[in-house]
Each structure stands twice: as C-alpha cells, then as structure tokens.
Design a protein around this ligand. Structure first.
Ligand code: PEP
Ligand code: MG
Length: 325
C-alpha cells in the first residue's frame, strides 16, 4: 500500500471521467513542510498558525512570527500556502495567556473573537504575515466567523496594516487574498452576502459538524454518534458549493472529512474540487480519485438529497458504489 501511494505522488489527481481534483495538505509547523513534495500535495490548504504559539513559552514576537512564515513560504517553493489567523482559545490553551474559566470553551472566547477583542495581537500577526510574503501572494483566512461583519472588521485590520507598511516605505505582498472558514452554521444562511466580500472560503468541517449536530468533536461519547454523511449535513455542504459557484468564489474543504476516502468521494459528488487534508491521507484519497467516475456518482447522490426520498443512507450508497469501482 505505502509503496503504491508513493508511486501516485507524481501522478495527476484527476478522476476517471477527467475532473481535476486539487489535493492540498494541512500543516502547522515547519517540520510538516517536507510532506508537500513527499506526499505530492498541490499546496498547503490550511496552515494552523496557532501551533507556533502553543509550543512557545511566551507570545512569539512579531519577528519570530515573521521568520516562521518566511520559512514556511520558502519551504513551499512556488506552491500556495493558506494561512489561518490564530485559532487559540477553547481547547487550544496558551499557558501565558490569562483567560477566564469557560463552561463551553468551544463556543467561548476563541479564534477571531479573541483577535477582534485584542486587535494588537491580531495586527501583530497580520504584520508578520504581510512582511513575510513580500513579493508573492498572501492567502489568509479567519476562523470561527459567525457574521459577515466580523470578516469586514478583520479585513479592515489587514488594510490598516498594509497602509502602515506602505506609508513607511516597506515592501508588501504582490497580492493579498482574504478568506473565511465556514465552521459555524449561521454562515450557511448568509452565504451569498459572504461570497460578495471574500476572495475564497474554506469549510472547516470539524467545527461545522460539531456545531451543526451539537456534538462535541472531542467527546468520544458523542463525536461519532451522528453520521458525518447525514443527509442534512450533506445538504448544507452542497449549499456552500452552489453559493461558491454562483458567486465565482473558490471553495475548499480542510476538515478531517476531506482525508477519508469515502467521505472525500461524497464531497466530490457534491461538487467539491479542492480538498485539504493531513499528509498521510493524500495517498489514499488520490488513489480513490483516480478510480472515480465523478459525474456518475453525482448523478446517483444528488437526487437523493432532494426532499421526499425515502432512502437517505448515503453512506451505504457510497460503499456500494465504491465496491463496484
Ligand atoms: C475544522 O474545524 O474543520 C478545521 C479545519 O480547523 P481545526 O480542526 O483546526 O479546528
Ligand atoms: Mg476549526
């Protein structure tokens, strides 16, 4: 198996019926970067910047952050890296950040909420990213966005930092693309508004599923209680793809869902064309992609998502389909 996956490394990620599927990898530390070429990923679809903060004993200074981002971009060569702004708080505790006890940390003062309330922190990170990506494209997305206005506020911080750097004669990135992670269900009902403002979106299916089904992703009693391919979640994922297509906004999915072949199959059937996953999943997912007839699968799955269908066990259907591949 391992040898088979290694041979796939340089093979194109394209379905049997000719659909290109971009496979990217998730990373969080510099040591992850060699996997880019080893596993044959097209880019880094999610760089979890909080990892540097979690392994440090105090807040990394602007220069340290910048150095890390520079090294990441350098290691990625010409491949694109999508940075995610700090997603601390919740279960990602920083010993040096004084925080209050929260009863529901996953729904608490975390991620962009913390960043908008402590703009100095977020602006420092943004400045580090802007100066690290001089001469190339900077791709940055924000986690745990609940309403479009939060994105506008975050974008405003980027614009302020950019203006500051230019005013002082510093070089800046060649281009900047800003995106939002879709991981809170409220965004599902603002998709068109959201799409008019962002350059791209990325579905954080781990959190989106957790909040969609009200099932704590870290609680083994409930984490697997509901099928990640349940019909209402699939409908939600489909809505995101459709809104992306209608508004010409690129859509990626970077949660664990993307890294499991059967689930990735479902995503492709829904119309997803860009998936980001842990490096170890790239081989198995690419092997699946290369044997998949995407349009035939879509034709089987999509009608099942319409109301009134009695057989809603999509997982069983996918398994049958896979066994015939
Ligand atoms: C997600 O929520 O799906 C995601 C990719 O982010 P994280 O797992 O870091 O919360
Ligand atoms: Mg998340």
């Amino acid at each position: 198996r391992q040898a088979q996956y290694r041979r796939l490394r340089t093979k194109p990620s394209i379905t049997k019926d000719g659909v290109d599927i971009t496979l990217q990898m998730n990373a969080g530390l510099l040591v992850d970067l060699p996997h880019l070429s080893e596993a044959g990923a097209a880019g880094v679809g999610l760089f979890r910047t909080e990892l540097q903060f979690m392994v440090a004993s105090s807040f990394p200074r602007m220069g340290e952050q910048k150095a890390q981002y520079q090294q990441v971009l350098e290691a990625a060569g010409g491949k694109a890296v999508t940075f995610r702004s700090l997603d601390i708080g919740g279960d990602k505790v920083l010993p040096y950040l004084r925080s209050i006890q929260e009863e529901n940390p996953a729904m608490g003062w975390r991620a962009l909420r913390l960043g908008l309330d402590r703009p100095g922190l977020l602006r420092t990170q943004i400045r580090a990213l802007l100066t690290a990506a001089v001469g190339r494209e900077l791709k940055l997305m924000f986690p745990m966005v609940v309403e479009v206005d939060e994105f506008l506020k975050a974008r405003n911080l980027v614009e302020k930092e950019l203006a500051h750097l230019k005013r002082h004669g510093h070089a800046v990135p060649e281009s900047i693309r800003l995106g939002v992670m879709i991981e809170v269900p409220s965004l599902l009902f603002q998709l068109d508004e959201l799409m008019t403002h962002v350059d791209f979106v990325s579905v954080g299916s781990n959190d989106l599923f957790q909040f969609f089904c009200a099932a704590d992703r870290g609680n083994t009693r409930v984490a697997n209680r509901f099928d990640s391919l349940n019909i209402s979640f699939l409908r939600a994922l489909r809505q995101i793809v459709l809104a992306g297509q209608a508004n010409h906004v690129p859509v990626t999915l970077c949660g664990e869902l993307a890294g499991r072949p059967l689930e990735a199959m479902a995503l492709i059937a829904l119309g997803y064309r860009d998936l980001s996953m842990s490096p170890a999943s790239l081989g198995p997912v690419k092997a699946m992609v290369r044997t998949l007839d995407a349009s035939r699968l879509s034709a089987r799955i999509l009608p099942r998502l319409e109301p009134g269908h009695s057989d809603t066990d999509i997982r069983a259907l996918l398994k049958r389909f896979a066994s015939e591949m």
